[in-house]
Design a protein around this ligand. Sequence first.
Ligand code: ASP
Ligand code: MG
Length: 438
Amino acid sequence: MIVRKFGGTSVGSPQQMKVVSEIIADSQPQIVVLSAISGITNQLERIAQFLHRRDEIQAGKELDQMQERYFQFIDELFVTETFRLQAKTVVIARLEYLRDFLRKMFNVLQEKALMADGELVSTHLFYLFLLEKGQKAELLQALNFMRIDKDLEPDEFYISENLKRELQPFAENQIFVTQGYICRNAYGEIDNLKRGGSDYSATLIGAALGAERIEIWTDISGVHNNDPRFVANTSSLPQMSFDEAAELAYFGAKILHPSSLLPARKADIAVWLKNTMKPEDEGTCIDTYYGKDGIKAIAAKDLITVVRVKSGRMLNAYGFLRKVFEIFEVYKTSIDMITTSEVAVAVTIDDTRYLDAIVDDLSRFALVEVEKDQCIIAIVGNMTTQHKGYAAQVFNALQEVPIKMISYGASNHNVSVLIDAQYKSTALNQLHNQIFKS
Ligand code: ASP
Ligand code: MG
């Protein structure tokens, strides 16, 4: 069994959905995990906002637009009137359910149910399309097996037991279609794995079944060695390790949901990143191997805030760092980079919701300085410290760029530097030229 996940743009148009149906028609037993049609989850989010404000008129307008888009999609996707009608009946029923929220109560619970709609529709349309083509397939309901626990973490035992039970009535060697992203929570309510969570669904399903491999199909040919939006002539990496990919996932969240590699890694299943627009491209294989020594990729993360905490009393004082970190913990704010000197510690965060409160609390025992609009540049690869020259290579390349923080040595797979956001493009390009062109 293999698992193939197709993202929103991969099913974003009838044309693309047809391409997906061809990609999966290679007679492999498989579970096909789909996202919502691109743009739909964003639209559902907008509708939820209107409903929270009790703006039924705008919410209703969005729903009408959504229905129109789905109908057009259906008219182009299917060739027979029978299937068009069947598909439209599905959409009408789902939208009726959503329109109920215009008249009834709307709170966080209903919002989660609303957010699940995109995947429920996309999978049903795709399933009907396969049937119209004469392709044997079964539609599995993720809400019957995908589940998170009280801490909002996937309940792996539940998922595995229930997914196997769902599959039991069917012969193994066929195509199953199911929803990404959506799940139930510990109370049995409809919930989700957070935005972009379909990748996570796919790896959880793969791990639950001990799949041969997991394929994540998007609109880019795997992991690039630098950010193509800022650097010309980037190329895609044929292979990288789970460790290296995890370092990058935080930066290239656009490629892969950051938690999604964990289940695959635990179950030792390779994850392939493939491009639906160019299925013939090899893509990137992420597995347990490190491959050759060297720097593999460069990535940047924006909107970073640095908090510098200085205290004369840190000198020879134990417990100072604990006091600092505890404050970030209280406000559930995770720290990304850390550097320390004998009298100061600097940390970076990307979630600034509680920044003011954090600064207030820190100011009780230290001098605090905050700088916004920073950028972390991460240099990722297999850089065993026995090997000389990695740091020199990075700093040589960045001679023209003022560096504010450096983090090196925590793992063999990452050198990170913090710079002012205005130097991001320069830094990415100079590193690229120095490291990959020499
Ligand atoms: N449809 C959801 C989203 O847009 C989940 C996903 O596509 O992964 O976030
Ligand atoms: Mg996605």
